[in-house]
Design a protein around this ligand. Structure first.
Ligand code: PBG
Length: 352
């Protein structure tokens, strides 16, 4: 028996076994493990999503502990400053539109003085080097809660919606956005938005397309944060779910099709959303395309990890870094995550 082993005397141990290939050899010393590590997670990969509102207070989101809606002229700049200090230099902005500004055709989405536009301006003015992404979709402005315009029979209109999305994207570019990110899943919107941006002179504003966005139950906490659930209206037939435009979780090939179309139409980054339940989709897009792939680690994924961590059931730092690493390993270069600041802090600790 090997010296120092606790294996009881008399236990038959074939010693040594005739194993030529022993992958464990490369895992012995930390320097080896570090060298052979195939994937690295860094703060530079993260985009921090920020919810903004008209007020000045931080308003906690109950289903997303440690995440708040922040004031467009107050908490927003503090959030960005903290992120930048941690090496997170990209943010995506989501506005919580006051109810009285919501309409069935969501015109507020292209108001040059709207909440999103002001937030973009504020960030770019204070931090010109921060990369600002926006969300292009009608749901935060739509009194019926859908990403597109709802007709009285419940159909979400495609082409009519795109006309509004183009105006929305141009108004965000005018405010200083670096990337606009259509999350609405209307057909043909990427090409139309590309043309609209170019015609308005914004040839350098990029498009991060939510290419493979699934009709997922993991968006629940986000809809709480923005109060953007599809509503029940008495006179109008409003579909409860978004499955006539967002993708069926059962489908893989459909994601490849959507991504190919977005690429053809001029997308600069292709996104998969949610992230962890769709790692196969991330890998598929990574193999199909030469564009950078982004993955959105969404609100429900955040809530799940937080809940387990707060109960003491999981080691938060370890599981979060493992989760984000798995998203990188699947092929995502960019990760949108509510954990961006915290994960950046943990990564700094690891390096120290
Ligand atoms: C809206 C939008 C959603 C998310 C990002 N943009 C919600 C939805 O489609 O209902 C979800 C993000 C998250 O859950 O963190 N177009």
């Amino acid at each position: 028996h090997p010296e120092g082993s606790r294996i009881p005397e008399g236990t038959p141990v074939p010693h040594p076994m005739a194993i030529r290939k022993r992958p464990r050899r490369n895992r012995r010393l930390p320097a080896q493990r570090h060298m052979f590590s195939e994937t690295r997670l860094t703060a530079a990969n993260f985009i921090l999503p920020i919810f903004v509102h008209e007020g000045t207070e931080d308003i906690p989101i109950s289903s997303m502990p440690d995440v708040s809606r922040v004031g467009v002229d107050t908490g927003l700049l503090r959030e960005v400053e903290e992120a930048v200090k941690l090496g997170v230099k990209s943010v995506v902005i989501f506005p919580k539109t006051p109810d009285e500004l919501k309409t069935q055709t969501a015109e507020e989405c292209f108001n040059p003085a709207g909440l999103a536009q002001r937030a973009i301006r504020n960030v770019k003015q204070a931090f010109p080097d921060v990369v600002v992404y926006t969300d292009v979709a009608l749901d935060p402005y739509n009194s019926l809660g859908h990403d597109g315009i709802v007709r009285s029979d419940g159909v979400i209109l495609n082409d009519e919606t795109i006309a509004y999305l183009c105006k929305q994207a141009v108004s965000q570019a005018e405010a200083g956005a670096d990337y606009v990110s259509p999350s609405d899943m209307m057909d043909g919107r990427v090409g139309a938005i590309r043309d609209a941006l170019d015609e308005a002179g914004f040839t350098n504003v990029g498009i991060m397309a939510y290419s493979a966005k699934y009709a997922s139950a993991f968006y629940g906490p986000f809809r709480e944060a923005l109060d953007s659930n599809p509503v029940i209206a008495e006179d109008w037939k409003v579909p409860k779910g978004k499955e006539t435009y967002q993708q069926d979780p059962a489908n893989y090939k459909e994601a490849l099709l959507e991504a190919a179309l977005d690429e053809e139409e001029g997308a600069d980054i292709l996104m998969v959303k949610p992230a962890m339940p769709y790692l196969d989709i991330i890998k598929g897009l990574h193999e199909q395309s030469n564009l950078p792939i982004a993955a959105y680690h969404v609100s429900g994924e955040y809530a799940m990890l937080k809940a387990a961590a707060l109960n003491g059931w999981l080691d938060e730092k370890a599981v979060v870094l493992e989760a984000l690493l798995s998203i990188r390993r699947a092929g995502a270069t960019v990760i949108l995550t509510y954990y961006a600041k915290q994960a950046a802090r943990w990564l700094q600790e690891e390096d120290a």
